[in-house]
Design a protein around this ligand. Sequence first.
Ligand SMILES: *[C@@H]1O[C@H](CO)[C@@H](O)[C@H](O)[C@H]1NC(C)=O
Ligand SMILES: *[C@@H]1O[C@H](CO)[C@@H](O)[C@H](O)[C@H]1NC(C)=O
Ligand SMILES: *[C@@H]1O[C@H](CO)[C@@H](O)[C@H](O)[C@H]1NC(C)=O
Ligand SMILES: *[C@@H]1O[C@H](CO)[C@@H](O)[C@H](O)[C@H]1NC(C)=O
Ligand SMILES: *[C@@H]1O[C@H](CO)[C@@H](O)[C@H](O)[C@H]1NC(C)=O
Ligand SMILES: *[C@@H]1O[C@H](CO)[C@@H](O)[C@H](O)[C@H]1NC(C)=O
Ligand SMILES: *[C@@H]1O[C@H](CO)[C@@H](O)[C@H](O)[C@H]1NC(C)=O
Ligand SMILES: *[C@@H]1O[C@H](CO)[C@@H](O)[C@H](O)[C@H]1NC(C)=O
Ligand SMILES: *[C@@H]1O[C@H](CO)[C@@H](O)[C@H](O)[C@H]1NC(C)=O
Length: 249
Amino acid sequence: MDQKMIMLVAVVMACLAPAVRGTFHLSFSNNTEVNITRSGCGSTKLCVETPTNCDPASSPCLFSSFISGAAMAPNGSDLAVELRGDSAGFIALGLTVNASEGTTMVFVCAQNNGTFFFRTRARNNSNSDGALTPTERLVNEIRGAVNGSVIKCEFTIPSLNATARTTMDTSFTVLLGSGTTTGTELGAFSVNLDAGLLNLADPASNAMTTAAPQNVTTAQNMTTSAASAPTSGAIVLLSVATWAAVMRT
Ligand SMILES: *[C@@H]1O[C@H](CO)[C@@H](O)[C@H](O)[C@H]1NC(C)=O
Ligand SMILES: *[C@@H]1O[C@H](CO)[C@@H](O)[C@H](O)[C@H]1NC(C)=O
Ligand SMILES: *[C@@H]1O[C@H](CO)[C@@H](O)[C@H](O)[C@H]1NC(C)=O
Ligand SMILES: *[C@@H]1O[C@H](CO)[C@@H](O)[C@H](O)[C@H]1NC(C)=O
Ligand SMILES: *[C@@H]1O[C@H](CO)[C@@H](O)[C@H](O)[C@H]1NC(C)=O
Ligand SMILES: *[C@@H]1O[C@H](CO)[C@@H](O)[C@H](O)[C@H]1NC(C)=O
Ligand SMILES: *[C@@H]1O[C@H](CO)[C@@H](O)[C@H](O)[C@H]1NC(C)=O
Ligand SMILES: *[C@@H]1O[C@H](CO)[C@@H](O)[C@H](O)[C@H]1NC(C)=O
Ligand SMILES: *[C@@H]1O[C@H](CO)[C@@H](O)[C@H](O)[C@H]1NC(C)=O
């Protein structure tokens, strides 16, 4: 009985949550201006993109940049992110410690027919289908803009620390990708760029690959999108379960 009530409340709340706002673990900045350029790439911010060296002011260009704040033990450091890409659905940044095990934190900037929305998700690195499951990672200062198929967003991930060991670690494998949306439901995460293991605190961390594009890890043709349809139902259920779990605590 109680459980049913909780589920019902969770469903109602999930439905009431406006598309533009996301959920409670997300906070938005009311500064709506989103201006993403290559200015500072390699010097003040670390940039990754596909195609190589593309300009986020033009299409196609899937681009992301990172500025890592000061390390504050034991919490880690804040990471300021810019993300820009072309999609009628979503674009996403994936950060993982080891792409062949564990999970990838996925930060999604999406559009629902021209309206921006933001989500956090997890991908199980052991599964090849790219399915995304809801997670409640804190994200601050979210700003987003959609113009046709161009999605731009900026956000801050607080307290990022790649290690469970004693020294600070800001090295993550960085993935950029995209996928489809149905309303605000997300399809699978399709990886367009595996930028490899990068130190997010070092703007020149990938200087060798950008200077000489001889050995760039090319966009991988992962066969992910085909598997997306059957997962959306599961995502809805998981979403509700998450709400229910939160309501209970
Ligand atoms: C939001 O906007 C109001 C008025 O426009 C401003 O006073 C306030 O500082 C803004 N808050 C943030 C977090 O930008
Ligand atoms: C966007 O940023 C660039 C570089 O920081 C600046 O030159 C440009 O004027 C900005 N554009 C807008 C519309 O703010
Ligand atoms: C670490 O995080 C905790 C919980 O969010 C917070 O209370 C504390 O102030 C943070 N410490 C630093 C140094 O940022
Ligand atoms: C990163 O996490 C480890 C293990 O929890 C901790 O010892 C270390 O102090 C953290 N570093 C920072 C800068 O928060
Ligand atoms: C990543 O995970 C794989 C499989 O568990 C393991 O063999 C490999 O050593 C790990 N790599 C790193 C750098 O930890
Ligand atoms: C998308 O938006 C356009 C214009 O705002 C509208 O005409 C169209 O019906 C919308 N499509 C859907 C599926 O909501
Ligand atoms: C990831 O998927 C594998 C295989 O499907 C499963 O054994 C494992 O428990 C999953 N890990 C997580 C964290 O869900
Ligand atoms: C949207 O994109 C079109 C063409 O791509 C451009 O002309 C227009 O200025 C853009 N609108 C905004 C608000 O940036
Ligand atoms: C990638 O695409 C090429 C040509 O389209 C194909 O030959 C290859 O098998 C694909 N690789 C994977 C892993 O799907």
